[in-house]
Design a protein around this ligand. Structure first.
Ligand code: SF4
Length: 374
């Protein structure tokens, strides 16, 4: 295990299992990082075995997530698996997080999810919403209806969701920075109170766009009215901040466990070297820990130990997904890291400004939020 993080962030047993049913999606977002080159679909029997293996790990609390590709592409399978997980609540506390683009969030599956939302406090629904129609549709294209609007369909499904029970996942891209105020205003003025603001990952942020985003985010946070009625939960995060990776594990459509979900950014044959078990054999815990160790050391040497000297090392650490992505694409890791650090600087400083937050404490932080003129 990486010495610097040993005894703090790394644990031999992963505490977060991401389940991907398939890499197919009903959207083709131009910033999607999933390579979409595995054409298998997870069967219920394999998912069940994978979940059993994960639940057998000696942990008091754990999280199961459905956050890559689109889980509601298979509503029946999703429901069956969720029912199965919920029936296992005697395995200690299980947090469950689902992220959907909302295109299929309708009919029976929507009623089912709302029921679960109302019943289980440990169940969270994330909805991907990049702001108003113009910005949302700028990057989110429908897979099968080229000229259709993803926003129109998703918004129809989102607009009557219980606002206090869902979290908006708002991804900001360099192209949409100029419309940041319109988009965050749209989300807040439509009553959403739990919001994660993420920068687009695996992209080079031009300096002027990052500076513009820093200024806009900063003004936005200064304009938050702390006295306002609604207790809200706003987070400014970067998906690639490193410390959470060491808790993760992916159960993939090919019945294998992988190091974490970020391997899905690589072509299918390339990611096989990151397999750490399968639903028949179980999780190879030591192999998983060794992988992190090797990757951490490789990336540390490559970057001349930059992260070890950095003030943010306990929050963002070394972005291993960026390292394996750069390695595969034969990109200059240090150049990508430098871009990443500039983004980290903006987002960490601002998240601290919200309430002196630290990455690992953000989940429990509450802020009162409203745009002054909202
Ligand atoms: S900001 Fe950069 S140098 Fe600092 S911990 Fe994050 S990735 Fe490492």
């Amino acid at each position: 295990m990486p010495d610097i993080l040993m005894n703090s962030q790394i644990q031999l047993c992963p505490s977060q299992l991401e389940i991907t049913f398939s890499e197919d999606c009903n959207q083709r977002c131009d910033y999607c990082w999933v390579h979409k080159s595995c054409f298998k679909k997870l069967k219920f029997s394999a998912a069940k075995k994978g979940i059993d293996i994960f639940l057998d790990l000696p942990l008091k609390e754990r999280t199961i997530t459905f956050t890559t590709s689109e889980p509601l592409l298979y509503p029946e399978l999703y429901k069956k698996i969720l029912d199965y997980i919920l029936s296992k609540n005697n395995s200690g506390k299980i947090n469950i997080i689902t992220t959907t683009n909302g295109l299929n969030l309708n009919g029976d599956i929507k009623s089912y999810i709302i029921k679960v939302l109302n019943k289980y406090t440990n169940f969270r629904l994330n909805i991907s919403l990049d702001g108003n129609k113009k910005s949302h549709d700028a990057h989110r294209k429908l897979a099968r209806l080229k000229n259709g609007s993803a926003f129109d369909i998703s918004w129809d499904n989102f607009k009557d969701l219980p606002r206090d029970k869902v979290r908006v996942i708002f991804t900001v891209t360099p192209e949409e920075v100029d419309f940041f105020e319109d988009n965050i205003g749209f989300i807040i003025n439509n009553g959403f109170v739990n919001i994660d603001i993420f920068p687009q990952v695996f992209t080079a942020w031009p300096k002027n766009k990052l500076e513009a985003l820093a200024g806009k985010l900063s003004r936005f946070i200064e304009n938050i009215n702390m006295d306002i009625v609604k207790a809200s939960n706003l987070r400014v995060l970067n998906r690639l901040w490193g410390t959470s990776h060491y808790a993760k594990l992916l159960l993939a459509p090919d019945d294998n466990f992988y190091l974490f979900e970020w391997v899905e950014a690589l072509p299918y044959p390339e990611r096989k070297s990151y397999i750490v078990g399968n639903v028949k054999k179980g999780i190879e815990l030591n192999k998983r820990a060794d992988f992190f160790n090797v990757l951490f050391r490789e990336a540390t040497v490559k970057s001349s130990g930059k992260c070890l000297k950095c003030n943010f090392k306990n929050i963002c650490s070394l972005p291993l997904p960026l390292y394996i992505w750069s390695k595969y694409h034969k990109n200059d890791f240090n150049k990508n890291l430098s871009n990443f650090c500039s983004i980290a600087d903006v987002f960490i400083n601002l998240s601290e400004k919200i309430k002196n937050d630290k990455r690992n404490e953000l989940d429990s932080k509450k802020v009162n939020l409203r745009l002054k003129n909202g």
